[in-house]
Write a protein that binds this ligand. Sequence first.
Ligand SMILES: [Zn+2]
Length: 80
Amino acid sequence: MECIQYGLLEILINNMNWKQKYGEMGSRNKKTGKLNNYIVTRTHNNGVDSFECSCPATMYRPWLQACKHIKRLKEKLLLP
Ligand SMILES: [Zn+2]
């Protein structure tokens, strides 16, 4: 049995800066039939948000600013 959580997993707050971790659903692996799941980390530093994802998309395609998980999370958070 797999136990996977989606949505907000963790918040770390350090003064005015904070970090949030979200679980994002990935695509299904065609070979194993399992879902790939990724953690998107949102870092808020001095009023600036930056996003990082645990998926390999930006590793294969370093020109990508954000993978689809980051885009999806931004949509959920109603961010530009
Ligand atoms: Zn991703």
